[in-house]
Design a protein around this ligand. Structure first.
Ligand SMILES: Nc1ncnc2c1ncn2[C@@H]1O[C@H](COP(=O)(O)OP(=O)(O)O)[C@@H](O)[C@H]1O
Ligand SMILES: [Mg+2]
Length: 255
């Protein structure tokens, strides 16, 4: 591996009309990291993810992936092909298809551009089974995805991301709506996904979860990085307590 920085955001400005959301934001994430991004509602967390995937275009500054590749002029599809995978907050699996079929679609998406779908190779089948084991759904693979529990749908969607072997995965509130057992399993899943050739970015409000899975936490506030560091340091920072954690405790689930 010669590249080190999975993501390099440089002086990024994003606005909607006259309303500036990301303000000269500079930020990096290295390969091998699991990075948490926290901050009050409206801080710009989702807009940052939208910018990283090309869903939202930035006005100035730039985003580089894998050290040198600017995504400025790339489409969402081209950015996805660079290996940037993103999971939205709401699970979006194909509910009428089985877990196996969902993983199959995700696997094929990275490989075939043709409508004609050849039979899966034995290596591809193996890959689907490996992934289903990783996400804890081996025994549920033939079930319609629509009948899976909320947590299982989320894991299936994470499986659909990782089966494409991305370089970066962006997770927007992965444990929202999960019970504590499901949150624990998701933490375990993320620690199994992590590795030297992947960067994982987790946007979350659940501080316990962030502390468990992330090495470094970035606090976004008003479109800027307020502080970055280990969870213990960030949580004890008076400014962070003032703008975020104090209020978060009072309105834990309003987002
Ligand atoms: N498409 C959009 N058009 C106008 N304003 C938007 C749009 N998307 C987000 N915003 C505004 O940008 C700010 C940041 O939003 P967002 O990135 O969703 O914050 P977060 O995810 O941190 O809660 C909010 O004030 C939001 O209303
Ligand atoms: Mg958001």
């Amino acid at each position: 591996m010669t590249t080190k920085q999975a993501l390099y955001v440089s002086g990024l400005n994003v606005s909607f009309g006259n309303f500036a959301v990301l303000k000269n934001l500079s930020w990096t994430v290295d390969f091998g990291e699991v990075r948490g991004v926290i901050g009050p509602n409206g801080a710009g967390k989702t807009t940052l993810l939208d910018s990283l995937t090309g869903k939202t275009k930035y006005q100035s500054g730039d985003i580089y992936v894998k050290d040198t590749v600017s995504i400025k002029n790339l489409t969402e599809i081209e950015i996805a092909k660079l290996g940037i995978g993103r999971k939205f907050q709401k699970p979006s699996v194909f509910s009428g298809l089985s877990g196996f079929q969902n993983l199959e679609i995700a696997l094929r998406a990275g490989h075939s551009r043709s409508i004609y779908q050849p039979k899966l190779t034995s290596r591809q089948r193996e890959k689907i089974h490996e992934t289903s084991e990783l996400i804890g759904l081996s025994s549920e693979l033939s079930r319609n995805a629509g009948t899976l529990a909320h947590g299982q749908k989320q894991w299936l969607e994470i499986g659909m991301l990782i089966i494409a072997e991305p370089s970066v995965i962006l997770l927007d509130e992965p444990v929202a709506g999960m019970n504590s057992e499901e949150r624990g399993k998701t933490a375990e899943l993320i620690s199994n996904i992590r590795g030297p050739n992947i960067a994982v970015v987790v946007v979350e409000h659940d501080m316990e979860f962030v502390g468990q899975v992330c090495d470094t936490v970035t606090v976004l506030h008003d479109g800027r990085v307020m502080i970055e560091g280990p969870m213990g340091v960030v949580q004890a920072d008076p400014q962070v307590i003032d703008v975020y954690l104090g209020k978060e405790a009072a309105s834990a689930s309003s987002h």
